[in-house]
Design a binder for this molecule. Structure first.
Ligand code: ARG
Ligand code: ZN
Length: 872
């Protein structure tokens, strides 16, 4: 059934304090809860109290110490109803027995590698005890953990440790207390035999915080980078947002079975171990950057998420969009801002844009859902972050910071809404944000078309802008959005060009604010024909349609003062040529020469940094191109056109690329810093182009064998492994034996590449991998590395015209769904591109989805995705 935002109502009862007691045994965990509950002032006497449960079995229930009579309550696996609760404060006591080892859904309390751990967001706490499992129910928690001292020497929960000691019989206990009222989704506990590293951080006001990262024994030395990232995050949040940490302890635990990236539980973040462990020989530069980002993200949630949380799950992007914005800003300050921006936009285009134009499109703040777990999406997270970024752009840095300060002041300790968030900025700046709010309510990527003209005689430059958002499922009418367009006009010599006056829309020095469906801007006093640079820094998450000449684009690539648009211009040149070629219109040599020259100029520049150069040399990937083409696409054709294009573009200059490649070779000891990582990124980009241009992978094979770190080794393996040449099979086998067998995170890399080969044998090889009895078929990382990469990174084989790719994935989904619905549903979302495929592939995809829909007993997660995917 469907849950609607408009039906939101506060709970008639409030839980003020929670006392939890976990008695942990190898086979069973006994969970006793004492909930101090009181009715709200307005609650009519006799209003039943209904607590959430999920798969629970109740052993006993009492109120204020007295067991309840059968007639006083009703319970089943999914709820506990107290028929007539006292009309004053009372303590409800329940006991349930849990079997964490059998919990393959990895929600609630489960065991990972023998370690007891929890995941509660969004609705996992109800799998631990009966509760008002909703984010607007805030309570203080006291948690007692008792377990065998050998099996679980480490006992952790939220907040501060208040007591610990011997419990007899070889058992011990620990009592944790968290005095910050919090919703149940931020509860966490961990019990197990874990190693750790420790450190400390002194806050701006002089408070010492003890830091620890817990992990599997033997992995301690791989946690240093995460610890370093944590300390930098803590310092950054003080500097940039004036936010200090508020407890004496901050703990992180790395676990190997985890459905997502990580979780911001108060004072006890739990992480997927792939986002904690790093050492040069097994982690890539991208892994290091990812760890830094996610450590920061979860830490930043302490203020944007925990101190101020969401009133209901429709408001998810209140905490996620804002926190992603904050982690992006952190990465930009720690590394190169332009490079960071380009990475984020690449991610948005390759994941969020397809979601926003397909069957799963939804507003950043949806107004209904069937399964909230299916709304932890790139739209809520990444588009949510873009919306906050636009807000900062429109307000300016000072007013934005002032608004944020006001947000923390006004809403600290509350569970709140998007409306309240926007009101803070409206109130503190005086800006009317009513229209801006539409960004949160409307699904779909706005399409902005641009036409311009220059009238030399009158020295007038005209810029015509239109916005249009196409209908999305369930949302046919769209209204105009406020679109901040950072811009500049560039004169013939490359320098900025001014104007004497402008009319037609709101224009500030470097920003046009488009509010209508269309606008015609007239700039007077423009001395020469300018080349416009629009959407600098990608100032709004829109798709731009501007018919610009290759000359103008190459001019921008060379002269734009905005690095993002310099990068964008080169991408646009390549895209235009590639899209024409997919269409059957071959590129002409002159156009290719121009692009090649611009690419070499970029490579040669001594002002641009290596990381930027690496990105500038990137040829738009097949999925981004497919998205741009937008209908009747044949991924195999796009893929092969792209290959030919790279060969034609760089074939004539392989020698130059090789020289540049050699020059970037370094024998410095590995460091994960941005400068070194940039150098490796450029060198590996060159390697990819050299192999792509010459078709000879010998250099990649050589790099693979000589590499002194995983970044270089994996880059080489990726180049060879994705095109299934003779060398690929051997190299993959070598990688498996030498590096992957004893390190699950390296095994993931092997699985990823195994899924990405573009030859017809790939499906059979994946089937063999999954059928191997030794394959850990309940571990989300392993499953996603194989099938997730197949769906997202192997468009050629996934969308095979014979449907074998689709059926492989639906078969997998049907199988995994019974054990872990979240992994199944997530993988299934990869089908979202099916409506834009060419007819044969489209029919094959639809048939596979329709077949899956026939399977008995699909989870709500998977049924929901499937239903939306097939709705027309
Ligand atoms: N709040 C966590 C984070 O953003 C992610 C929780 C994911 N939960 C889910 N059901 N997908 O870091
Ligand atoms: Zn988050």
């Amino acid at each position: 059934h469907t849950i609607f935002l408009k039906d939101y109502a506060p709970s008639p009862y409030r839980i003020v304090a929670v006392d939890l007691d976990f008695d942990i045994f190898d086979k069973v965990t006994i969970a006793r809860a004492q909930l101090s509950i009181e009715p709200e002032a307005e609650t009519p006497p006799g209003t039943p109290l209904v607590l959430d449960g999920d798969g629970l079995s109740l052993s006993s229930v009492a109120i204020d110490g007295a067991p309840l009579m059968q007639s006083a309550y009703a319970s089943d696996a999914n709820s506990l109803t107290i028929v007539e609760p006292p009309q004053r404060r009372f303590v409800l006591e329940t006991e349930v027995h849990l079997d964490p080892a059998a919990n393959t859904k990895l929600m609630g309390l489960y065991r990972s590698n023998g370690v007891w751990c929890t995941q509660c967001e969004p609705e996992g706490f109800r799998r631990i005890t009966y509760y008002l499992d909703r984010p607007d129910c805030l309570a203080v928690f006291k948690v007692t953990l008792t377990a065998d001292a050998k099996l679980a020497p480490v006992l952790l929960s939220n907040g501060n440790l208040v007591r610990a000691g011997d419990a007899g019989d070889g058992r011990h206990f620990a009592v944790w207390q968290d005095l910050h009222p919090k919703p149940a989704y931020l509860f966490a506990m961990v019990a197990g035999d874990l190693g750790s590293i420790t450190d400390s951080f002194t806050t701006a006001s002089g408070k010492k915080v003890d830091l620890a990262i817990y992990c599997e024994h033997g992995k301690e030395s791989q946690c240093d980078w995460a610890m370093d990232s944590l300390k930098r995050s803590m310092a950054w949040d003080e500097r940039r947002f004036g936010r200090e940490y508020d407890l004496d302890i901050f703990n992180i635990v790395a676990v190997s079975d985890f459905n997502f990236g990580a979780m911001e539980n108060k004072g006890l973040n739990i992480f997927n171990d792939r986002l904690v462990f790093a050492q040069p020989e097994s982690a890539t530069d991208a892994n290091y950057a990812g760890i830094e980002r996610v450590i920061a993200h979860e830490y930043f949630h302490n203020w944007t998420g925990n101190r101020i949380t969401c009133r209901d799950w429709f408001q998810l992007c209140l905490k996620e969009g804002l926190t992603v914005y904050r982690d992006q800003e952190f990465s930009s300050d720690e590394r190169s801002r332009p490079v960071q921006r380009i990475h984020n936009v690449q991610g948005l285009r390759s994941a969020q844009f397809p979601e926003d134009s397909g069957p799963l499109a939804h507003a950043p703040r949806p107004d209904h859902y069937k399964e909230i777990n299916n709304f932890y999406t790139t739209t809520v997270y990444e588009k949510g972050a873009e919306i906050v970024r636009m807000l900062a752009t429109l307000l300016g840095e000072t007013a934005f910071r002032k608004g944020m300060d006001f947000y923390f002041e006004r809403h600290d300790g509350e569970a709140t809404t998007i409306e309240a968030f926007l009101a803070v900025f409206a109130d503190s700046s005086g800006m009317d944000l009513d229209q801006f709010k539409t960004w949160y309510l409307q699904a779909g990527t706005p399409q902005v078309s641009v036409r311009d003209a220059y009238d030399a005689e009158n020295q007038t430059y005209t810029l015509e802008l239109d916005q249009l958002t196409a209908a999305t499922p369930g949302q046919l009418e769209k209204s105009a959005l406020v679109i901040p367009i950072r811009f500049g006009l560039i004169g013939p010599n490359g320098s900025p060009m001014g104007w004497s006056s402008v009319s037609g829309a709101e224009v500030r020095d470097d920003m046009i604010v488009l509010r209508e469906d269309s606008a015609v801007l007239r700039f007077e006093g423009v001395a020469n024909r300018p080349v416009p640079s629009l959407f600098r820094e990608f100032s709004a998450p829109v798709q731009v349609h501007a018919d610009r000449s290759q000359d103008d684009l190459l001019f921008l690539a060379q002269h734009d003062s905005d690095p993002f648009n310099r990068w964008e211009a080169l991408q646009d040149v390549s895209s235009a040529l590639l899209i024409d070629a997919v269409d059957g219109k071959r590129w002409d040599d002159k156009a290719l020469d121009g692009l090649r020259q611009a690419a070499l100029q970029t490579l040669d520049s001594d002002t641009l940094d290596d990381a930027f150069k690496a990105l500038a040399l990137e040829i738009p990937d097949a999925s981004v191109l497919g998205q741009k083409i937008g209908k009747d696409i044949d991924p195999a054709r796009i893929h092969s056109t792209r290959k030919d294009f790279i060969a034609a573009l760089f074939g004539p200059v392989v020698g130059t690329l090789e020289t540049a490649y050699e020059a970037l070779t370094s024998n410095k000891p590995y460091a994960p810093d941005a400068a070194q990582a940039g150098q490796r990124a450029l060198r590996n980009q060159l390697l990819k182009l050299i192999v792509g241009a010459g078709g000879d992978d010998a250099l990649a094979v050589q790099q693979y064998s000589e590499a002194g770190n995983m970044t270089d080794r994996f880059a080489a393996l990726t180049i060879v492994g994705t095109e299934w040449t003779h060398d690929a099979a051997g190299l993959l086998a070598d990688f498996h034996t030498r590096f992957a067998t004893h390190d699950p995170l390296v095994l993931d890399k092997w699985l990823m590449i195994s899924a990405r080969a573009d030859d017809d044998g790939v499906i059979e090889r994946m089937q063999a991998i999954l059928a191997d009895p030794a394959f850990p078929k309940n571990n989300p990382n392993r499953l996603r590395s194989l099938v997730g990469s197949f769906v997202l990174s192997n468009p050629v084989q996934f969308t095979r015209a014979d449907g074998a790719g689709f059926r492989f994935v639906t078969g997998f989904v049907a199988d995994v769904d019974a054990r872990n619905p979240q992994v199944a549903a997530r993988v299934l979302t990869g089908f979202r591109i099916w409506p834009i495929l060419e007819p044969k592939r489209r029919e094959a995809a639809k048939a596979a989805l329709a077949d899956l829909q026939q399977s008995a007993s699909l989870s709500r997660n998977t049924a929901d995705i499937l239903g939306r995917m097939l709705a027309d």
